[in-house]
Design a protein around this ligand. Structure first.
Ligand SMILES: Nc1ncnc2c1ncn2[C@@H]1O[C@H](COP(=O)(O)OP(=O)(O)OP(=O)(O)O)[C@@H](O)[C@H]1O
Length: 359
């Protein structure tokens, strides 16, 4: 469901803004340092309840202020409207959905699926497994019901087992958590495996449209040696787990690695191909979400010209619009953005934190 309206107060360098958004294509133009990324960050925060630039939300509050507020209105295909809001101040954060306080963060996140392409997106390839797990888990969360609850069960069992490893010298205290841990882990593994099997054809389709990488394949590693199984892997690592004070195997160590001829793809691709590959991965998730749940996602692209060459910009935007995604693109140069949305797009100009609709 697209955002039809967004209001921001005291967010980064944006003092106050009220925006009526296009359900299709929103172009955000402005000079360096004007506030374009801050606007994308606000949308992202509303949908994911975290920033892609800082782990400390207090930095999002405008200098000299003590709180920020974001309110979005989403409009469904049947024109049904829903409001979601986040306010952060000295007393912490309050989340509201349809006028009511939200207790489970996941409820808000489920309401507004968001994908982001920006200068750090290459970390999916170049960074450690946690970046690829985050990529994978976004998709599984939105597509597989029950994933979130299982993940919570797993995280609880893992935390207790780790606490027992650190505080108790009795192997039985540690082993007591194994059945819950293993059961949740196996469910997570099977949900992730099912999701990957569904996702890969979409990845291949997008790769075919965007980049030619012969020999590319994806290797999923569940977080423990598959030939032994998790229970045995836990038993085998008990002594080193005890020494280190944490559990070394489990779905929290999973990875989904793109490989070319058996080596990480990152070793074999150019910088431009890296960006095309990452874009294909993100598009594939948006496409699968649409196919599986009939839910379009918001797609944010920060500084599109810096990410892709002209031909790829056009292809990516066309694919996104065909998917009915609501697209947000920032740029310093409007001429560098292909005209794809016709009359259904809107243009905003940002200058020193002030946002004006210009088309
Ligand atoms: N908490 C804050 N309060 C006020 N201003 C802030 C805050 N955090 C960042 N800024 C400022 O907001 C401005 C806008 O930053 P932003 O990254 O959104 O710009 P941008 O238009 O995306 O720039 P670029 O094109 O260079 O990427 C910067 O000058 C930054 O210093």
């Amino acid at each position: 469901m697209p955002l039809s309206r967004l209001s921001l107060e005291h967010f980064r360098n944006i003092t106050a803004a009220e925006l009526e958004l296009s359900p299709r294509f929103n172009l955000i133009v402005g000079a360096n340092g004007s506030g374009k990324t801050s606007l994308l960050e606000a949308i992202y925060y509303l949908g994911r309840v975290r920033s892609f630039r800082t782990a400390r939300p207090k930095h999002l509050i405008q200098d000299g202020q003590t709180w920020f507020r974001l309110v979005g209105r989403i409009t469904g295909a049947d024109n049904a409207e829903q409001t979601l809001g986040i306010e952060r101040g000295p007393q912490g954060q309050t989340l509201r959905l349809a006028g009511r306080p939200v207790r489970q963060l996941a409820d808000l996140v489920r309401t507004l699926p968001i994908q982001l392409l920006h200068s750090d997106s290459h970390l999916i390839l170049e960074g450690g497994p946690r970046y690829r797990r985050r990529y994978l888990d976004w998709g599984v969360f939105h597509v597989e019901h029950g994933y979130h609850a299982t993940w919570q069960r797993y995280a609880k069992a893992l935390k207790q087992r780790n606490a027992a490893l650190r505080t108790s010298r009795n192997p039985r205290d540690v082993a007591a958590w194994s059945p819950a841990l293993v059961q949740a882990a196996e469910t997570l593994h099977s949900l992730r495996s099912e999701y990957i099997a569904m996702l890969l054809p979409y990845v291949q389709g997008n790769l075919a449209a965007l980049v030619d990488l012969p020999g590319l394949e994806f290797h999923y590693q569940p977080g423990w040696p598959e030939d032994t199984g998790l229970e045995t892997a836990l038993a085998e690592r008990y002594a080193t787990d005890l020494k280190r004070g944490f559990t070394q195997v489990g779905p929290h160590r999973a990875d989904l690695q793109p490989l070319i001829d058996g080596v990480p793809a990152i070793e074999r691709v150019s910088r431009g191909q890296q960006k095309q590959l990452v874009t294909a991965l993100l598009l594939a998730q948006a496409e699968l979400l649409m196919e599986k749940s009939r839910r379009p996602c918001l797609f944010l692209i920060d500084d599109l010209p810096a990410e892709l060459d002209h031909g790829h910009r056009e292809r990516v935007l066309e694919r996104l619009l065909a998917l009915q995604s609501q697209v947000y693109v920032t740029t310093t140069d409007a001429n560098a953005i292909p005209v794809v949305a016709g009359d259904s797009g809107k243009r905003f100009h940002v200058e020193q934190g002030r946002i004006a609709q210009t088309g």
